[in-house]
Design a protein around this ligand. Structure first.
Ligand code: ZN
Length: 281
């Protein structure tokens, strides 16, 4: 795989240095894109950061990520929607084609999972036109079901694609307003993963592809993702499926690894990512 088709999600480097330094390092190692987080932009103009990224010869694979939608009160729900509206505007200023929607789980002490999913649908519907008008796709990222309570009540590609179809019942245009992110860490276990990737392709809904690996054992459900090749995910299988589904955007490397990769020098992490993209993916 050519590195210019690969992108580094800034979380992979642990948010240890300012975005300007990260942009420089990612470009220097030969990657073709970057996916910044909202926290990377704090105190900065998104347009200035966009300029910097462009000048470094990089694309923006996505902008991370949404404020969780479900809330315990209508006022708090509205505030969450509004917060995401502002973030979608920042995504547009940044030149990101998509805004990553990690939709949230159960609010507060709620046990109403169906209600949380309903709020997610209402929130996405409220954001859709705004995103469309700014040329940014709502990139629904289903997370592994272990995250259903606290991060995402959207757990499978099937669920996310069903939601896309309800949000845009007439189908997606060449650039969908509602799409999905296929993150291997979250969907590798799903018996329907291949058929749902193919379905996403037919519906032109794939707006991102994230890679990392599933370690055995996994010591922390959030912060112990593996480097590609160190775990059990069949990465070439999933990449092949996504390519056959006509995804030709950047392949984004996203590794949350507080205990391992975030403790290593940035250059070592980037060099390892580069080597593994070519040997394991
Ligand atoms: Zn992801």
């Amino acid at each position: 795989m050519h590195l210019h088709t690969c992108s580094i999600n800034t979380a992979t480097l642990g948010h240890r240095r300012p975005i300007e330094a990260v942009i420089e390092a990612v470009a220097r190692h030969g990657f073709g894109g970057i996916a910044p987080w909202r926290r990377d932009l704090e105190g900065r103009s998104p347009k200035m950061v966009a300029r910097r990224i462009l000048d470094a010869g990089l694309g923006v694979s996505s902008f991370c990520r949404s404020t969780y939608l479900p809330a315990e009160s209508a006022t708090a729900f509205e505030r969450n929607v509004e917060d995401n509206r502002r973030a979608i505007e920042a995504a547009a200023d940044l030149g990101a084609m998509s805004f990553v929607m990690v939709v949230g789980g159960l609010p507060g002490s709620s046990k109403d999972l169906a209600g949380a999913r309903q709020q997610v649908e209402e929130g996405c519907a409220a954001l859709l036109e705004h995103a469309r008008s700014l040329g940014v796709a709502l990139a629904l990222e289903p997370l592994h079901p272990m995250c259903a309570a606290d991060r995402s009540c959207l757990s499978t590609l099937e669920q996310a694609l069903d939601l896309c179809a309800r949000l845009e019942p007439d189908g997606a245009a060449a650039a969908p307003a509602a799409g999905v992110i296929v993150d291997v860490y979250h969907c590798w276990w799903d018996p329907k993963v291949l058929e749902q990737i193919a379905r996403a392709g037919r519906a032109r809904r794939i707006v991102g592809f994230h890679v990392s690996d599933w370690l055995v054992p996994t010591r922390d459900l959030l912060m112990d993702r593996g480097m590609m090749g160190d775990g059990v995910i069949d990465l070439p299988l999933l990449r092949g499926a996504v390519e056959r589904a006509n995804y030709n955007g950047l392949v984004e490397i996203e590794i949350f690894s507080a205990g391992n990769w975030w403790t290593r020098p940035e250059d070592e992490v980037l060099a390892t990512c580069a080597a593994r993209m070519q040997s394991c993916c």
